[in-house]
Design a protein around this ligand. Structure first.
Ligand code: NAP
Length: 243
């Protein structure tokens, strides 16, 4: 059976690096994105350079109808294909102090991280249970472990996904499915382009921001058969920042 990996938010940043690295491992890649079709197609071209196939898949992870219509239909129409790896990576930041935070800033961040994890994973886990194999990897954040001021929404959303990671790992472990989370610190992507590395790097023991590839390499290890007895864990990739 042809094996696929689905990466939510695969069009840019950390998600793109994950798509390319999983393609190097031989997985065909489903590249989810919300709006930036140009960058999704750029990722697809980079994936195909690795000699595997791929598709771009547009849906908003926090919209249940879109997830069911696009991803649910793909699963229904591709019974000869198996999504063996799911990386829940889509996420946004809308920082504000709690006292100034709008409903929209709170809910958009929570919905994409938490509802997105739920809608997508619920669809995929069913077939993993049938196949008795699967790798679910959730991209969370230092913010969800430590809490960061100005990010009550983002910290809460990532902490929720960490809790769900630990619970789901216990539900599906007997079926050969591992569920883990990777918690990046400061990584150079569009999401952090407003943060000046010079202002923050003295806080980081390794004295620099990380690269998307450095996160992708840990995700790849969790997706591989080198991590068969690791589940329910949160692995930090943050240059030694206290978490
Ligand atoms: P990014 O460069 O801003 O890319 C975000 C990706 O998520 C894009 O592919 C975007 O798609 C997609 N996306 C956003 N909302 C979506 C939605 N509702 N449905 C589907 N896709 C959606 O971000 P990044 O820095 O690579 O972050 C990736 C993950 O790592 C996030 O979960 C983030 O919270 C986490 N993280 C990042 C850092 C960091 O320092 N960068 C640190 C800790 C954790 P479009 O291209 O269509 O917009």
């Amino acid at each position: 059976m042809t094996k696929f990996a689905l990466v939510t938010g695969g069009s840019r940043g950390i998600g793109r690096a994950i798509c390319i690295t999983l393609a190097e491992m031989g997985y065909n890649i489903l590249i989810n994105y919300q709006s930036n079709e140009t960058e999704a197609n750029n990722t697809l071209a980079l994936v195909k350079e690795k000699g595997v196939s791929g598709e771009i898949m547009k849906f908003n992870v926090s919209n249940q109808d879109e997830v069911n219509a696009v991803l649910g239909t793909w699963i229904e129409n591709n019974k000869d294909k198996e999504i063996a790896v799911l990386v829940n990576n889509a996420g946004i930041r809308k920082d504000n102090l709690m006292m100034w935070m709008s409903d929209q800033e709170w809910h958009s961040v929570m919905d994409i991280a938490v509802d997105g994890f739920f809608y997508v994973t619920r669809l995929i886990i069913k077939n993993m249970l049938v196949k008795k194999y699967g790798r679910v990897i959730n991209v969370v954040s230092l913010s969800g472990l430590k809490g960061l001021p100005g990010q009550t929404n983002y910290s809460a959303s990532k902490a929720a996904v960490i809790g769900a990671t630990k619970a789901l790992a216990q539900e599906v472990g007997r079926r050969g499915i591992t569920v883990n989370a990777v918690a990046p610190g400061f990584i150079k992507t569009d999401m952090t382009h407003d943060l000046n590395e010079k202002d923050f790097k003295s806080l980081i023991p390794m004295n620099r921001f990380g690269e998307a590839q450095e996160v992708a390499d840990v995700v790849a290890w969790l997706a591989s058969d080198k991590s068969t007895y690791v589940t329910g864990q949160v692995i930090s990739v943050n240059g030694g920042l206290y978490s």
